[in-house]
Design a protein around this ligand. Structure first.
Ligand SMILES: *Cc1c(COP(=O)(O)O)cnc(C)c1O
Length: 388
C-alpha cells in the first residue's frame, strides 16, 4: 500500500478522538500580546515566565554576539564548535546552581536523553514519576535500564520499588516542577530516600529554574539541596531564560562522563554562540531583577484568589503553571475556542501529553503580565464557564 493510504486513516482517527494537533503562525515576538491572523490575543500559555524572550537587553546581547561570532556554531562542541561564549555560559551556570561544573546541551530533550543514556545501561534501574516529562521517560526507555514508573509524588510507592531493586546503578529521575500540573516533586524526601537506598537523584528543573528560590536558582535552591543530595541537576534555557538550549550541572566526574559518553551531546551541532550570549544576559537579569519573581508570585496569588471566587477548580500549584482541569478532550477544545473568541489564547492540552480524561487548559503566567491582564483572563474564564 502507498504510504498515504496507511497514514491518512490514522490521522482521521486522531481527529475523531479530538486529539488532532494543529499549529497557528504567530506574527509577533513572544510576550503577553500575540498577533495571529491579523488579530491580537492576550496569551497565557508560553513558558517565558520572566519575560526575557523579547527583552531589549537580551536581544542586544544576541545581536552583539552575532556581529562578532556569526550565526552558526559550525560544528559540535568536541570538534570546533565550542566557543568562548559557550564556555562563559557554562561557568556562569555552574556558579548560579552552586555546582562544580555545568554542560550545555542543544535542547532539554537532548540533555535528558544524553545524561540518562550515558549513566545507565541494561544492568541498571531507573525510577520515574508517572507524570514525568516525555523526554525523561524516553531517555529511560532508550537507556535499556530496568524501568519503573512510580505513582505521582508517592514516596511509599517509590520506596517499595527501590527495596526490590538489586544490583546495578539506581537512578531516581523526576521533574522538579511538573510541566502539566505545576506542582513540585517532594525533593527533600526523594533525596533522603535516594541516600537510604544508595540511588542517585536527577531533577529536570525546566520549570523551576529562574522562577523558584530566592535567587531564582530553582528547586535545588528552594529546597536547599546540595550537590551530594541532588547530584544530577538539569535545567532548560527555552523557558524562564527566554532563549534556547539546556544544561546539566554536577560534579567534575559527572560532567566529564557526559562529555565522553552522552551521544546527544557529542553527535550534534553546538548552539549558536549568540544564543549562549543571550542566555548569559538573561542569567544576569534573572539574578539582578528579583522583582520579576516577586511580581510573578503576586500575579499567581491574584489569579488563584480570583479563580476561587468564580468557582474554578485549579490544581494545587504555587508555580507559574496554573492548569484548569477540564477532563474531556473535546470540552477542553471548546473552552480554548471560546476563550479565543474573547481574545484570550490558551491552547488545550490533551492526551497523550496528559493522562486520559485529564485534558486541561494549561494556564501559565509570566512576570511580563500585568494585574489588569490577569483580571481580563479571569473575566473571560468566568464568561466561558457560564456559557458552557
Ligand atoms: C520543555 C521541557 C523539556 C524539554 O526542553 P527543550 O529545551 O524544550 O527541549 C524537558 N523537560 C521538561 C520538564 C520540560 O518542560
Amino acid at each position: 500500500m502507498a504510504i498515504d493510504d496507511i497514514l491518512l486513516p490514522a490521522l482521521a482517527e486522531r481527529r475523531a478522538q479530538q486529539l488532532y494537533r494543529s499549529r497557528r503562525s504567530v506574527a509577533s515576538a513572544q510576550g503577553p500580546e500575540l498577533i495571529v491572523d491579523g488579530k491580537s490575543y492576550l496569551a497565557f500559555c508560553s513558558n517565558d515566565y520572566l519575560g526575557f524572550a523579547n527583552h531589549p537587553e537580551v536581544i542586544a546581547a544576541f545581536q552583539r554576539a552575532a556581529d562578532e561570532y556569526g550565526v552558526g556554531s559550525g560544528a559540535s562542541h568536541l570538534v570546533c564548535g565550542h566557543s568562548a561564549l559557550h564556555q562563559q555560559l557554562e561557568e556562569a551556570l555552574a556558579e548560579f546552581t552552586g555546582r562544580p561544573r555545568a554542560l550545555l546541551f542543544s535542547t532539554g530533550y537532548m540533555a535528558n536523553l544524553g545524561a540518562i543514556t550515558a549513566l545507565l545501561g541494561k544492568d541498571d534501574f531507573i525510577f520515574e514519576d508517572k507524570l514525568n516529562h516525555a523526554s525523561l521517560l524516553d531517555a529511560g526507555l532508550l537507556s535499556g535500564a530496568r524501568f519503573q514508573r512510580f505513582l505521582h509524588n508517592d514516596i511509599d510507592n517509590l520506596e517499595s520499588r527501590l527495596a526490590r531493586a538489586d544490583g546495578g546503578r539506581k537512578l531516581i529521575a523526576v521533574d522538579g516542577v511538573f510541566s502539566m500540573d505545576g506542582d513540585c516533586a517532594p525533593l527533600p524526601e526523594l533525596a533522603e530516600l535516594a541516600e537510604r537506598h544508595d540511588a542517585w537523584l536527577m531533577v529536570d528543573d525546566a520549570h523551576g529554574i529562574g522562577v523558584l528560590g530566592a535567587r531564582g536558582a530553582g528547586c535545588a535552591e528552594f529546597f536547599n539541596l546540595s550537590e551530594r543530595q541532588l547530584p544530577i541537576l538539569m535545567g532548560t534555557l527555552g523557558k524562564a531564560f527566554g532563549t534556547f538550549g539546556a544544561f546539566v550541572a554536577g560534579s567534575e566526574a559527572l560532567i566529564e562522563t557526559l562529555v565522553q559518553f552522552a551521544r546527544s551531546y557529542i553527535y550534534t551541532t553546538a548552539l549558536p554562540p549568540a544564543v549562549a550570549a543571550a542566555s548569559l544576559k538573561s542569567l544576569q537579569l534573572m539574578q539582578r531583577e528579583s522583582w520579576r519573581r516577586e511580581h510573578l508570585q503576586q500575579l499567581i496569588q491574584r489569579f488563584r484568589r480570583g479563580a476561587e471566587q468564580i468557582g474554578l477548580q485549579l490544581c494545587a500549584s504555587q508555580t507559574a503553571i496554573q492548569p484548569l482541569l477540564i477532563g474531556d478532550a473535546g470540552a477542553a477544545l471548546r473552552w480554548s475556542e471560546q476563550l479565543a473568541a474573547r481574545g484570550i489564547w490558551i491552547s488545550a492540552i490533551r492526551p497523550p501529553t496528559v493522562p486520559a480524561n485529564s485534558a486541561r487548559l494549561r494556564i501559565t503566567l509570566s512576570a511580563a503580565h500585568s494585574e489588569a491582564q490577569i483580571d481580563r483572563l479571569l473575566m473571560a474564564l468566568s464568561e466561558v464557564a457560564n456559557s458552557l
